[in-house]
Design a protein around this ligand. Structure first.
Ligand SMILES: [Zn+2]
Ligand SMILES: [Zn+2]
Length: 175
Protein backbone atom coordinates (compact mmCIF):
# COMPACT_ATOMS: atom_id res chain seq x y z
CA UNK A 1 0.00 0.00 0.00
CA UNK A 2 1.22 3.42 -0.93
CA UNK A 3 1.31 5.84 1.95
CA UNK A 4 -1.10 8.72 1.67
CA UNK A 5 0.52 11.99 2.64
CA UNK A 6 -1.23 14.03 5.29
CA UNK A 7 -1.95 17.53 6.51
CA UNK A 8 0.85 20.07 6.97
CA UNK A 9 2.58 18.64 3.98
CA UNK A 10 2.76 20.42 0.65
CA UNK A 11 2.89 18.95 -2.82
CA UNK A 12 6.40 19.66 -3.93
CA UNK A 13 9.12 18.36 -6.18
CA UNK A 14 12.76 18.78 -5.30
CA UNK A 15 14.56 20.15 -8.35
CA UNK A 16 17.95 21.10 -7.02
CA UNK A 17 20.43 18.46 -8.06
CA UNK A 18 17.99 16.92 -10.50
CA UNK A 19 19.77 15.84 -13.67
CA UNK A 20 18.91 17.17 -17.11
CA UNK A 21 16.30 14.96 -18.72
CA UNK A 22 12.92 13.40 -18.03
CA UNK A 23 11.83 12.43 -14.55
CA UNK A 24 8.55 10.86 -13.53
CA UNK A 25 6.80 11.25 -10.20
CA UNK A 26 3.77 9.65 -8.67
CA UNK A 27 2.25 10.95 -5.46
CA UNK A 28 -0.92 10.30 -3.52
CA UNK A 29 -1.99 13.11 -1.20
CA UNK A 30 -4.83 13.38 1.24
CA UNK A 31 -7.19 16.02 -0.14
CA UNK A 32 -6.77 18.05 3.08
CA UNK A 33 -3.18 18.78 2.07
CA UNK A 34 -4.62 20.69 -0.87
CA UNK A 35 -7.14 22.49 1.38
CA UNK A 36 -9.93 21.07 -0.70
CA UNK A 37 -13.16 21.21 1.23
CA UNK A 38 -15.43 18.30 2.09
CA UNK A 39 -16.41 17.90 -1.56
CA UNK A 40 -13.27 15.87 -2.12
CA UNK A 41 -13.06 13.10 0.47
CA UNK A 42 -10.80 10.83 -1.59
CA UNK A 43 -7.03 11.18 -1.89
CA UNK A 44 -5.65 12.97 -4.94
CA UNK A 45 -3.45 10.98 -7.29
CA UNK A 46 -0.77 13.02 -8.97
CA UNK A 47 1.28 11.84 -11.93
CA UNK A 48 3.92 14.29 -13.04
CA UNK A 49 6.43 14.21 -15.86
CA UNK A 50 9.23 16.70 -15.48
CA UNK A 51 11.48 17.59 -18.40
CA UNK A 52 14.51 19.53 -17.26
CA UNK A 53 16.89 21.41 -19.53
CA UNK A 54 19.61 23.89 -18.64
CA UNK A 55 17.26 26.87 -18.77
CA UNK A 56 13.83 25.57 -17.94
CA UNK A 57 11.63 22.85 -16.54
CA UNK A 58 8.50 21.69 -18.28
CA UNK A 59 6.13 19.99 -15.90
CA UNK A 60 3.09 18.03 -17.05
CA UNK A 61 0.70 17.00 -14.31
CA UNK A 62 -2.20 14.55 -14.39
CA UNK A 63 -4.62 14.63 -11.49
CA UNK A 64 -7.19 12.08 -10.43
CA UNK A 65 -9.59 12.10 -7.52
CA UNK A 66 -13.29 11.96 -6.96
CA UNK A 67 -15.78 14.48 -5.66
CA UNK A 68 -18.99 14.22 -3.68
CA UNK A 69 -21.59 16.69 -4.83
CA UNK A 70 -25.25 17.42 -4.42
CA UNK A 71 -27.36 16.88 -7.53
CA UNK A 72 -28.89 20.15 -8.77
CA UNK A 73 -32.15 18.37 -9.61
CA UNK A 74 -32.87 15.74 -6.96
CA UNK A 75 -30.56 17.12 -4.20
CA UNK A 76 -29.14 13.64 -3.58
CA UNK A 77 -25.42 13.28 -2.98
CA UNK A 78 -23.45 11.51 -5.62
CA UNK A 79 -19.85 10.73 -6.33
CA UNK A 80 -18.15 11.76 -9.52
CA UNK A 81 -14.65 10.92 -10.72
CA UNK A 82 -12.56 14.01 -11.39
CA UNK A 83 -9.57 13.96 -13.66
CA UNK A 84 -7.70 16.84 -15.18
CA UNK A 85 -4.26 17.81 -16.35
CA UNK A 86 -2.13 20.89 -16.83
CA UNK A 87 1.35 21.87 -17.78
CA UNK A 88 3.60 24.64 -16.65
CA UNK A 89 7.01 25.99 -17.61
CA UNK A 90 9.43 27.08 -14.91
CA UNK A 91 12.05 29.35 -16.41
CA UNK A 92 15.37 29.81 -14.68
CA UNK A 93 16.22 33.51 -14.41
CA UNK A 94 18.57 35.17 -11.98
CA UNK A 95 16.48 38.33 -12.00
CA UNK A 96 12.91 38.87 -13.00
CA UNK A 97 13.62 41.23 -15.89
CA UNK A 98 10.28 41.05 -17.58
CA UNK A 99 6.90 40.77 -16.05
CA UNK A 100 5.32 37.56 -17.25
CA UNK A 101 1.58 37.34 -17.04
CA UNK A 102 0.98 33.93 -18.55
CA UNK A 103 -0.54 31.31 -16.29
CA UNK A 104 1.54 28.54 -17.73
CA UNK A 105 4.84 30.20 -16.97
CA UNK A 106 6.71 30.85 -13.78
CA UNK A 107 10.08 32.39 -13.20
CA UNK A 108 12.30 30.62 -10.72
CA UNK A 109 15.73 31.51 -9.54
CA UNK A 110 18.60 29.18 -10.52
CA UNK A 111 19.09 28.16 -6.90
CA UNK A 112 15.48 27.09 -6.32
CA UNK A 113 15.47 23.96 -4.21
CA UNK A 114 11.93 22.75 -4.78
CA UNK A 115 8.79 23.74 -6.62
CA UNK A 116 5.52 23.82 -4.76
CA UNK A 117 2.56 22.49 -6.76
CA UNK A 118 -0.05 22.79 -4.03
CA UNK A 119 -1.87 25.91 -5.26
CA UNK A 120 -1.84 24.92 -8.93
CA UNK A 121 -3.22 21.49 -8.17
CA UNK A 122 -5.96 22.84 -5.90
CA UNK A 123 -7.00 25.34 -8.56
CA UNK A 124 -7.05 22.78 -11.37
CA UNK A 125 -9.21 20.40 -9.38
CA UNK A 126 -11.68 23.14 -8.45
CA UNK A 127 -11.83 24.26 -12.09
CA UNK A 128 -12.60 20.76 -13.27
CA UNK A 129 -15.82 20.52 -11.29
CA UNK A 130 -18.68 20.67 -13.80
CA UNK A 131 -20.91 23.76 -13.60
CA UNK A 132 -24.02 21.65 -13.74
CA UNK A 133 -23.99 18.90 -11.16
CA UNK A 134 -26.26 16.00 -11.99
CA UNK A 135 -26.30 12.54 -10.41
CA UNK A 136 -27.07 11.24 -13.88
CA UNK A 137 -27.88 12.81 -17.25
CA UNK A 138 -31.50 11.65 -17.00
CA UNK A 139 -32.09 12.47 -13.34
CA UNK A 140 -35.85 12.94 -12.99
CA UNK A 141 -35.58 15.41 -10.11
CA UNK A 142 -38.05 16.14 -7.35
CA UNK A 143 -41.80 16.61 -7.54
CA UNK A 144 -42.36 20.35 -7.13
CA UNK A 145 -45.51 19.61 -5.11
CA UNK A 146 -44.75 16.84 -2.62
CA UNK A 147 -40.97 16.73 -2.94
CA UNK A 148 -40.88 13.03 -3.85
CA UNK A 149 -37.67 11.96 -5.52
CA UNK A 150 -38.88 10.79 -8.92
CA UNK A 151 -35.76 8.69 -9.36
CA UNK A 152 -36.99 6.52 -6.50
CA UNK A 153 -40.74 6.58 -6.83
CA UNK A 154 -43.53 8.30 -8.66
CA UNK A 155 -46.01 10.23 -6.59
CA UNK A 156 -49.73 10.67 -7.12
CA UNK A 157 -49.47 14.35 -7.90
CA UNK A 158 -47.23 13.70 -10.85
CA UNK A 159 -49.94 14.01 -13.50
CA UNK A 160 -51.09 17.35 -12.08
CA UNK A 161 -47.81 19.05 -12.85
CA UNK A 162 -48.38 18.36 -16.51
CA UNK A 163 -45.77 15.83 -17.53
CA UNK A 164 -46.05 15.93 -21.32
CA UNK A 165 -45.28 12.23 -21.53
CA UNK A 166 -48.53 11.46 -19.71
CA UNK A 167 -50.68 13.84 -21.70
CA UNK A 168 -51.47 11.31 -24.45
CA UNK A 169 -52.62 8.76 -21.92
CA UNK A 170 -54.78 11.35 -20.16
CA UNK A 171 -56.46 12.33 -23.42
CA UNK A 172 -57.30 8.68 -24.05
CA UNK A 173 -58.79 8.24 -20.59
CA UNK A 174 -60.88 11.38 -20.84
CA UNK A 175 -62.52 10.30 -24.07
ZN1 LIG B 1 -30.26 13.76 -9.32
ZN1 LIG C 1 -45.60 14.72 -5.86
Amino acid sequence: MRQVKKVNDVVKIRISGLSIGIHEFHFVYDSSVLSLDGNFPKPVEIDAILDKTAHQILLKVNLKTSGRFQCDRCLDEFEQPISTSYQIFYLYRSTETERIVQDELQIISPDTVEINLTDDIRQMILLSVPLKLLCSEDCKGLCPRCGANWNLRLCNCKEDVGDPRLQGLKDLLNN
